[in-house]
Design a protein around this ligand. Structure first.
Ligand code: FES
Ligand code: FES
Length: 161
């Protein structure tokens, strides 16, 4: 199936019901997307689908046929945000960090602390507490995605049982 991944149109041979998380890691070699819970609870597997953060452990590969997928490897223009995670102590073990950065990258520019908290509500970190993460996001003034330029397609980030 042809998909649009990190700005390129590529062909990926994978079963339609394979989890997007596994397709990215196993078939595309993009191991920046992490697996935490595998159940839609932790946000470690966050990628952007048409500019919206989704849990790739809940998304079947077939569902991204017409979507634009961005992983942490393809998140260009987020250098300041990523540097702030380092300098503000927002990243320790690194499992949650890629998902946090992706979720943060689509927050409104100059998001308030409340907006940051809401935007990252689906991303859990067991290492740092959240103060360093929130500080890092507030510190970086520029964000990567201009939401208005993207077709939005919201997929539920909640666990579907
Ligand atoms: Fe935890 Fe996907 S691995 S939400
Ligand atoms: Fe370890 Fe977030 S840095 S879970």
């Amino acid at each position: 199936m042809k998909i649009h991944l990190n700005g390129k149109r590529i062909e990926v041979a994978a079963p339609p019901m394979k989890r997007l998380l596994d397709v990215l890691r196993e078939d595309c070699g993009l191991t920046g997307t992490k697996e935490g819970c595998g159940e839609g609870e932790c946000g470690a597997c966050t990628v952007l689908l048409d500019g919206e953060p989704v849990n790739s452990c809940l998304v079947p590969f077939a569902q991204v046929r017409r979507a634009r997928v961005v992983t942490i490897e393809g998140l260009t223009g987020s250098r300041r945000l990523q540097e702030a995670f380092v300098t503000e102590g927002g990243a320790q073990c690194g499992i949650c960090t890629p998902g946090m950065v992706l979720a943060a990258a689509v927050l409104p520019k100059k998001a308030s602390l409340k907006e940051i908290r809401v935007g990252l509500a689906g991303n859990l970190c067991r290492c740092t507490g959240y103060e360093g993460i929130y500080r890092a996001i507030k510190k970086s003034a520029r964000f990567y995605v201009r939401r208005s330029t993207l077709k939005t397609k919201r997929l539920s980030r909640r666990k579907t049982r």
